[in-house]
Design a protein. Structure first.
Lengths: 221, 217
């Protein structure tokens, strides 16, 4: 039992861990999408047309950012069924990731919009540009390049937050590694492999973000 | 309410664990951050390369993966840490890596002219750091460290998954026993919220102390 790293055992558990890594990737991608949408909704509460929602919006963002993701996951997982909404663990996890990171994404949207100089808003006003067209053709294109690094960061942070979903039995990488360990009493290989996979995945994600960033820089300068 | 009163001792000891772990791992993280941050920004390869490896590994892997690794794998190498030691070392090293980047960036942001002045006065490295660089850099670091401290408070909830009876652990076990999730989780959420708000208020206070007698940056 006490022999060091065994290669054959590693190969044996590899398919299982790969499946877990697949779930991790799906959870990250799905959670990211949810965060983009929820972040947009939270960001909207800070805008003028939705003035009435400003205070509740701020309060929600404060709570989402000041409390642990694990507790938020528990709240969705244990309380939603009591109000008649039973979701699968993975969907619960996606919503939790979306809510928690949505609060940060909202902040990123706000920061990106604040990059746009006042004069442009005045110009939009002066030309009586329709709001929707102004957003699509003037505001949004300028928000993209400051948003990329911020959202890239969110994506990588979210990737590293997905193991928390294992606490509500989402069969992602850490969950599978733990299963293997508890069934075979060998923890070295699954745990080390899982940790390395996170490192690898976040390095890949980081280089993707870097690639997009440098593409955008070429296009806009 | 009755439920919370009935389990008041469990909850109180959970809160105490969370506070204690936050304080201990924050202390370790701060130490690691200063050492690794200064080493990485030092320009000496012997120091900056190991510091860089440390920072990238701990920032690149998940905090929970690190905790599990310390908890399950270290014993195979003959190092048997207690769960508490695992938690403090795991969180401390992980957040130390994030903090190191803050230290490095803040020290690098101290104006070149001040370093030249320190050089001109023939200050030793230690004096230069103590009198010139750190007082300036600390002010820049404080808001970032404040954010990191809140991240750390939230991350302490992860230790409940390696059997440490912190607040999250107690909340989960009360739910498992009573099936009454609303009250317990609502209370838990509130406690974490209050802790985060207190921490950020405290950090703002330190920041104000540090920047006394200086023009606002």
């Amino acid at each position: 039992m006490n022999q060091p790293f065994s290669l054959s055992f590693t190969l044996e558990i590899l398919p299982l861990l790969l499946r877990g890594a697949g779930v991790t990737f799906l959870a990250t991608a799905g959670g990211f999408l949810a965060a983009l949408i929820i972040g947009a909704m939270l960001f909207a509460t800070t805008l003028r047309p939705f003035k009435m929602l400003a205070l509740p919006g701020r309060a929600i963002m404060e709570v989402l950012r000041s409390t642990p993701l694990l507790i938020q996951v528990y709240i969705l997982f244990f309380i939603l069924p009591n109000v008649g909404l039973t979701l699968s663990p993975i969907v619960t996890g996606l919503i939790a990731l979306g809510l928690y990171h949505g609060a940060y994404v909202a902040e990123a949207y706000r920061a990106a919009m604040s990059h746009i100089p006042r004069t442009q808003w005045d110009t939009i006003e002066a030309l009586r540009f329709p709001r929707r067209a102004a957003f699509r053709h003037v505001v949004f294109p300028q928000m993209v390049s400051p948003l990329v690094p911020a959202l890239g960061n969110t994506f990588i942070t979210m990737l590293k937050d997905t193991p928390i979903l294992a606490a509500v039995t989402v069969p992602e990488l850490m969950f599978e590694a733990n299963e293997v360990g508890s069934q075979t009493f060998r923890y070295i290989e699954p745990m080390t492999l899982a940790a390395l996979s996170y490192l690898l995945m976040s390095l890949i994600a980081a280089s993707f973000v870097f690639l997009i960033e440098s593409r955008l820089r070429v296009r806009f300068q | 309410m009755d439920l919370l009163w009935q389990y008041r001792f469990d909850l109180a000891s959970g809160i105490w664990w969370t506070v204690k772990l936050t304080a201990l791992s924050a202390a370790l993280a701060f130490g690691m951050a200063v050492v690794a941050g200064l080493a990485r920004g030092s320009g000496h390869r012997i120091l900056s390369i190991p510091a860089g490896i440390y920072v990238e590994i701990f920032r690149g892997t998940s905090a929970l993966a690190q905790l599990f690794w310390l908890f399950y794998v270290l014993p195979y190498f003959g190092i048997d840490l207690s769960p508490t030691q695992c938690a403090v070392v795991g969180l401390g090293l992980c957040f130390g890596a994030y903090g190191a980047e803050i230290v490095r960036a803040s020290v690098a942001a101290v104006p070149r002219s001040q370093l030249d002045a320190a050089e001109a006065l023939n200050f030793s490295w230690y004096t230069k750091m103590r009198v010139v660089v750190l007082p300036e850099a600390m002010i820049m670091m404080m808001p970032l460290f404040s954010n990191l401290l809140i991240e750390l408070i939230k991350a302490t909830s992860l230790v409940s998954l390696i059997t440490i009876p912190d607040l999250a652990f107690r909340a989960k076990s009360i739910i498992d026993k009573t099936y009454q999730a609303e009250t317990v989780l609502g209370f838990t959420l509130l406690v974490y919220l209050v802790m985060s708000l207190c921490a950020s208020a405290g950090m703002r206070r330190i920041e104000r102390k540090l920047s006394q007698g200086r023009a606002a940056a």
